[in-house]
Ligand binder design. Structure first.
Ligand code: IVH
Length: 666
């Protein structure tokens, strides 16, 4: 029935148009009631005619009741963060660096607001939204497409002359009004309110039920486009274009010709931000010209062509009630300040981290002091100053404790380190439990059903003393615990069984060796391939691995020099954990490009730039973004950035073609 098909298409078009008018342009043309009538009509027709199903129909924005875990998706372009600056001097430094690297070429800086929400990458193919992925760890994130589709200001289908395939990134946030409404509803429902709009936005996006997400008044600004065929060579022009395709592109953007225009923009918004209907926490500065962006490149963490300026944090003024001490998994003892509650940047603050003894001393903290607290970005608040003018003359200076508050062992301080440690690694409870908690964490062994409360109970009952004991647990020991049913116990056992498949790199990370985080664990696993070779590795062999410095190497050799750790690994081996790379992991790696670093620039015929970079890594090489004297090869494609080429020539870096490269890995 072509009539029905046409009717459905027409309704979808109408609804898309009205969504855009309402949510992007703030200019509705019809009433909510009329909109709802159209939507109901569409839903009915689609139900009667499932042959016209379309994943991007506006009817799909209501979400689905199906619960689902998120799939992890690798970002096509890594999702990096921005370097921070806090004052005019640092902005001037950034300006100077850019200017120098561009060899005094003139450049424009685009100033944008820095939206305080949660980052999202949207991929469009042939004008259709195909995927929405969170930042995750920057390399891969959660596929939250179903949830993102419920955000009405995000177009599901584009209009106009968009490129065939591209990614656009932005920030999902909750405006103040929506935040207030949401929290009122939560309080009514007996749920605890969200602390601030950012938490609420991030939390909403991660809900497992998109029908629930649809009820949250989320919004999204887009600010960065990526792809091989962008319409323009200027970032600002691309955003203008994207606006015509239906995206909500922020209005408050300024293309600045010089640093004084940048500083004006910053100081204007430092005041004016309080009048915006949503939170911003700073200003983002971006080099406008994309060729120039390319030639500036990236550091490991962030682009060299962009930076953020963070507004000064709000300060609170309150009374220090006491200082208590926490012992972490590594035995480090952290002092915590307990404060009279004070409202600060959206939340009530009662505790602040004091980091270490030096900080306490440099603040010259006394009991009962009136102190200034700040939230450094989003992390735990810290004490930034003391009001000495109101200090009671008899008040006692705060001295760091000498004995562990948990096990009473005398604390030690390692030369050159700021922290105090409890050396009783074997029986100091928070250390033992902390190591086990780290081991079972999602990014480590990811043991389903097991949480810190259960660990606590198992430990108290004497069932576990180290991570290897987890694999010896008897079902009865679990089901006999307080508030633990047979089903939960079974779940834990299944989780433990499944963890035997977790790959070597994650097992290595799970061991909790100091300074061996996720990335370092991956590097060590692929360099040494199995635990035995890693255990035998000398300091020299370790520091020869790319990005492994002496501090990490020392910590690794120290860990493996301890009898008890060797014993632990033996027990874990017997339990069946993975202590070597899998055959597939081995097969997909070669060492042809070991120790060589590459810069890839331009476009290629047999693969995309990212495929090429992937090949470099698979063969043991390293991708770097900018040409330097340490670069071994510049792989030059079509339309290669002229400044890269010039720099490579100047520094005598070998410039190779796509074909040359293919020969290298043959
Ligand atoms: S551009 C490679 N523009 O701030 C550059 N980011 O720490 C990508 N953010 O991850 C980011 N407003 O979540 C950019 N106008 C804006 C932004 C913005 C907020 C967030 C974003 C990013 C983080 C950087």
């Amino acid at each position: 029935m072509p009539d029905i098909g046409n009717k459905i298409l027409q309704l979808r078009e109408q609804l898309n148009h009205h969504n855009h008018q309402y949510y992007v342009l703030n200019d509705p043309e019809i009433s909510d009631y009329e909109f709802d009538q159209l939507l109901q009509e569409l839903i009915k027709l689609e139900q009667q005619h499932p042959e016209f199903y379309d994943a991007n129909s506006p009817s799909q924005r209501v979400g689905s009741d199906i619960n689902k875990e998120f799939e992890q998706v690798k970002h096509v372009y890594p999702m990096l963060s921005l370097g921070n600056t806090y004052n005019e001097d640092e902005i001037a430094d950034f300006y100077g660096r850019v200017s120098k690297q561009l060899m005094d070429e003139s450049f424009e800086i685009v100033c944008e607001l820095k939206y305080d929400g949660t980052a999202i990458g949207l991929t469009y193919k042939k004008g259709q939204l195909v995927r929405a992925v969170t930042r995750g760890d920057g390399v891969q994130g959660d596929d939250v497409t179903a949830n993102v589709k419920t955000i009405k200001s995000i177009p599901l289908a584009l209009k106009g002359d968009y490129p065939d395939s591209f990614e656009i990134r932005g920030e999902i946030f909750l405006p103040h009004e929506g935040f207030k409404r949401l929290n009122e509803m939560r309080i009514q429902d007996g749920d605890s309110p969200f602390a601030n709009p950012r938490n609420a936005a991030a939390g909403s996006l991660k809900m497992q039920n998109s029908a629930q997400v649809a009820k949250r008044p989320l919004d999204c600004f887009l600010y960065y486009m990526l792809g091989e065929n962008l319409p323009d060579n200027m970032h600002s022009a691309n955003l203008d274009k994207a606006r015509t395709w239906g995206f909500k592109i922020p209005e408050h953007i300024k293309v600045c010709k010089n640093i004084s225009e940048v500083l004006d923009f910053i100081s204007y918004w430092d005041n004016e931000r309080h009048n915006l209907p949503y939170d911003i926490d700073g200003i983002v500065l971006k080099v406008n010209n994309i060729d120039q962006q390319r030639s500036l490149g990236f550091t490991a963490k962030s682009p060299r062509w962009a930076i953020s300026y963070k507004f000064k944090a709000e300060q609170g003024y309150t009374k220090l009630k006491s200082v208590t001490y926490q012992v972490g998994r590594t035995g480090a003892v952290t002092p915590v300040a307990n404060l009279d509650p004070v409202f600060l940047a959206g939340t009530t603050v009662q505790r602040a981290s004091l980091h270490n003894a030096d900080i306490i001393n440099s603040l010259d903290l006394h009991e009962g002091d009136m102190v200034y607290v700040e939230k450094g970005g989003e992390i735990i608040p810290k004490i930034v100053g003391v009001d000495e003018s109101v200090r009671q003359p008899a008040s006692v200076k705060i001295e760091f404790i000498e004995f562990c508050p948990e096990c009473n062992t005398k604390l030690i301080r390692i030369e050159g380190e700021a922290a105090h440690y409890c050396p009783n690694t074997d029986t100091c409870a928070p250390q033992v439990k902390g190591r086990i908690e780290h081991f079972i964490a999602r990014k480590a062994m990811n043991i389903d059903g097991l949480g810190s409360e259960t660990i606590d109970l198992l430990y108290k009952n004497g069932f576990i003393k180290d991570v290897a004991d987890l694999y010896q647990l008897h079902p009865m020991q679990l089901s006999g615990l307080d508030r633990m049913g047979d089903k939960s116990a079974d779940n834990i056992l299944k989780g433990l069984e499944a963890s035997k498949e977790v790959n070597f790199a994650r097992v290595l990370f799970a061991l909790g060796i100091r300074y061996v985080g996720e990335t370092v664990a991956k590097k060590l696993a692929s360099a040494f391939k199995n635990i035995d070779d890693l255990m035998q590795a000398s300091l020299e062999e370790l520091v020869n691995v790319d990005e492994i410095g002496e501090r990490i190497a020392l910590s690794v050799t120290d860990f493996f020099s301890q009898e008890k750790n060797i014993g632990l690994i033996e027990k874990l081996k017997l339990a069946g954990l993975q202590f070597k790379l899998s055959d597939e992991e081995q097969a997909s790696h070669s060492t042809k490009l070991d120790g060589l670093s590459f810069v890839v620039s331009g476009s290629f015929t047999s693969f995309s730039r990212d495929e090429l970079k992937g090949l470099i890594e698979k063969n043991g090489g390293k991708n770097v973004s900018g040409v330097s004297s340490k670069t071994n090869y510049l792989v030059a494609g079509d339309k290669i950035g002229p400044s890269k080429l010039a720099k490579a020539e100047k520094l005598n870096v070998s410039i190779i073609s796509e074909d040359d490269f293919k020969k290298m890995i043959e």
